[in-house]
Write a protein of this length. Structure first.
Length: 213
């Protein structure tokens, strides 16, 4: 999800985005800001998955991207097993690796958001699903947060190439339910905790659709 958002921001502003890390695959696919040191200030913003007070307080402001953890878990497991655009195999889903991944990633999903809410100096919270449903107003909000003014025509241009090269098509989604009852019992309480923390800080809470039925 964050790679897609970087694509949107780069096309809207005309300025490269950077990264706290270096990913050669992304660099070769056009994310030239990957090679810049994250503190160079030559990029419009910097991707980070870091959390914890020390790491968060290094940043003056942040766009906190939140995605439904059920969708996020599937997307990240696909990336882990098969790269940015690939898909995990049936063997991957049936292995012990998948439940282990759910147990570790679900708690990280919550602690990451909670840490940024607690220590972030200036935050814009963006839900991935809102970007999918209402791209133009959300993108305008993000670009405005970055102190850049863009024309409506520019935003329409971005909308015409909204997916870029780094958003998986939904065509190869698994036909089976990858989440067991036990997994849902692990994930759902984290959703409730994050929803409460957002509301306590006067941000919009999480939609009920985040809770799996």
């Amino acid at each position: 999800g964050n790679t897609w958002v970087r694509h949107l921001i780069e096309h809207a502003t005309g300025i490269y985005t950077g990264s706290y890390y270096f990913d050669g695959t992304l660099y070769n696919k056009g994310f030239k800001g990957e090679k810049d040191h994250w503190r160079s200030r030559r990029t419009i913003c910097v991707k980070t998955h870091e959390s914890g007070r020390k790491e968060i307080e290094m940043f003056d402001a942040a766009i906190l991207l939140i995605r439904n953890p059920y969708k996020s878990l599937v997307a990240e497991f696909n990336r882990k097993c098969a790269g940015h655009l690939g898909y995990a195999t049936d063997q991957n889903w049936k292995s012990k690796e998948w439940p282990d991944f759910v147990n570790s990633y679900a708690s990280w999903w919550a602690s990451h958001v909670l840490d940024w809410l607690k220590y972030g100096k200036h935050l814009l919270v963006v839900r991935y699903e809102d970007l999918e449903e209402a791209l133009l107003p959300k993108l305008r909000e993000m670009v405005g947060f970055l102190n850049i003014t863009v024309t409506h025509d520019r935003l329409l241009c971005v909308e015409n190439n909204r997916d870029g090269n780094f958003k998986r098509s939904g065509a190869k989604q698994k036909g089976f339910e990858p989440f067991t009852k036990e997994m849902k019992e692990v994930i759902d309480p984290f959703i409730v905790i994050v929803d409460k923390a957002l509301r306590e800080r006067n941000f919009t809470g999480l939609p009920k659709m985040y809770l799996r039925r």
